[in-house]
Design a protein around this ligand. Structure first.
Ligand code: NAP
Length: 474
């Protein structure tokens, strides 16, 4: 596997990186483990200060980071700029709140003495990340775990090596000690080797079910804690009393943002019959307005997909959907540009036996379903092996919350699009994975929740609360 930046707008091979050697992996493990020991002696406050410096350094390198990301995987420069700023926000958030979230938690107990849960680092983490948000995916894991004191080894996607190395460099340049985040161009075998190593104590992966399943298998085999952030087919429910102006304004954006290559893109629009025709008409109108072109040009509103293979895979999925009876309401035509462009496409009449019904389309293709009742909308939303996010649009937001609570996903937004912020937990259920990133839940993903019970002296008269009732021998 070659780590290469191939600009998906020009198809030019910009840079090829050499694969990591086993010696480099061993060196990273040794460095990370030594740093884990050092971090134990350091106050969390000091790492908080470094993390603020990381945020500052990200902001001062914002332009070059954004450009590198656009050249690596093709996203609009404006979207890359937003991603870079979000990374700085995440770093600042965990710098400000990490120590407080990790403070000992007192427990009420009948055991003799006082009981507390303390939160300690676990050790080196193996981080495996995808190309679709090359920086944000790193920062979601890096910021909370740096505060905890877990050093990290990063294996990023093979098509975003420049972004991976730039973020690692920006973090180290800001003052994070060497070993806090070491980016290595690892093979899959080397990732497994790292997971097997006793110095590695946790594995965080964001990616596909296929990648997640192999890496989770390795983590399970070697008894390492893991979090898995995998794919999604998020439903977007439009109920009869929804504000259709809001819906129209948001629906196209949530499908086309990042050229549709987002785990939490709304991929299935589930629309009540009374507003279905209006919805389709407005989505077609919005899709037809986007302008393909150079993603570095601020006038461009449709970027290329990240790679030739991603585009070919999406085209094969659309062809298969049509062969199984889906109707093309808009799109599915070639775009006359050399880059990896895919015309925004709308498919309807997808029946349950169509592979499209149960396959994630990772690109600018919307599936629209017509339903005749709220119950049918919820049942269709839940008839899915994924459970990542979702949106509900309806006239009464309180009723929207009642509907949201019946949707089997990890995150639902009512009358708004899905946003990712450091204070909000991010993650899914079913085949979308397990565990949460960001927020206090993400902060706690890789900590030793250690119970400490402190007594002034043993109380043999009252052993209640212990595992074993002590026998008194006179
Ligand atoms: P992918 O193929 O699983 O790749 C993701 C990362 O895993 C890459 O670094 C990849 O390396 C690595 N990888 C894959 N198989 C591996 C293995 N057996 N051992 C070690 N590393 C392995 O995912 P993708 O298709 O590029 O990314 C898109 C998917 O990610 C979509 O399904 C999307 O929904 C999901 N995603 C989920 C979230 C979330 O938070 N839930 C966020 C973004 C994306 P290589 O590049 O070298 O193959």
């Amino acid at each position: 596997m070659a780590y290469q930046t191939i600009n998906p707008y020009t198809n030019e091979v910009v840079k090829t990186y050499p694969n990591a050697t086993d010696q480099e992996l061993e060196q990273a493990l040794t460095t990370g483990h030594a740093l884990y020991q050092d971090f134990k002696k350091q106050a969390i406050r000091e790492r908080g200060e470094i993390l603020h410096a990381v945020a500052k350094n990200i902001r001062s390198h914002a332009d070059e980071l954004a450009r590198a990301c656009t050249i690596d995987m093709g996203k609009l420069l404006t979207e890359a700029q937003g991603e870079v700023e979000l990374c700085a926000m995440i770093a600042d958030y965990f710098a400000d709140h990490g120590a407080e979230m990790l403070a000992p938690v007192p427990l009420e107990t009948i055991a003799t003495g006082t009981a507390e849960v303390h939160h300690h680092a676990l050790g080196v983490l193996m981080m495996v990340e995808p190309w679709n948000f090359p920086y944000y995916q790193i920062m979601r894991v890096f910021a909370p775990n740096f505060i905890v004191g877990n050093p990290m080894i990063l294996k990023h996607a093979s098509n975003t090596p420049t972004s991976a190395q730039m973020m690692a460099d920006v973090i180290e340049e800001a003052g994070a000690p060497h070993g806090s985040l070491i980016n290595l161009f690892l093979s899959y075998d080397q990732v497994e080797k790292a997971i097997a190593d006793p110095r590695v104590q946790g594995v965080a992966l964001t990616g596909s079910e296929r990648g997640g399943s192999s890496v989770a298998q390795a983590a399970g085999k070697h008894l390492k804690k893991s979090t898995m952030e995998l794919g999604g087919m998020d439903p977007f429910l439009v109920l009869a009393d929804a504000n259709m102006e809001d819906v129209a304004d948001i629906a196209w954006r949530v499908r086309l943002y990042n050229t549709g290559q987002v785990c939490t893109s709304s991929k299935r629009f589930i629309v009540m019959d009374s507003v279905y025709d209006t919805f389709v008409e407005k989505l077609v109108a919005a899709f037809s307005k986007v302008k393909p072109g150079d993603p570095l040009d601020p006038q461009t509103t449709l970027a290329p997909m990240n790679s030739k293979s991603a585009k070919e895979k999406l085209q094969a999925q659309v062809d298969e959907a049509i062969a199984h009876g889906a109707k093309v309401v808009y799109g599915n035509e070639a775009i006359d540009l050399p880059g990896q462009f895919f015309m925004p496409t709308i498919l309807t009449e997808i029946t349950k036996d169509n592979p499209a019904y149960s396959t994630e389309f990772f690109g600018p293709v919307a599936h629209i379903y017509k339903v005749h009742s709220e119950a049918e909308a919820i049942a269709l939303a839940n008839d899915c092996m994924y459970g990542l996010g979702g949106s509900v649009f309806c006239g009464d937001p309180d009723h929207g919350v009642e509907v949201a609570a019946q949707i089997e996903t990890g995150m639902v937004f009512v009358n708004n699009f899905m946003v990712s912020l450091p204070e909000l937990p991010f993650g899914g259920v079913k085949n979308s994975g397990y565990g949460r990133e960001m927020s206090k839940l993400g902060q706690m993903a890789f900590v030793n929740e250690q119970l400490i019970v402190k007594a002034d002296k043993p109380n043999l008269a009252n052993p209640a609360g212990g595992l074993v009732a002590l026998q008194k021998i006179d």
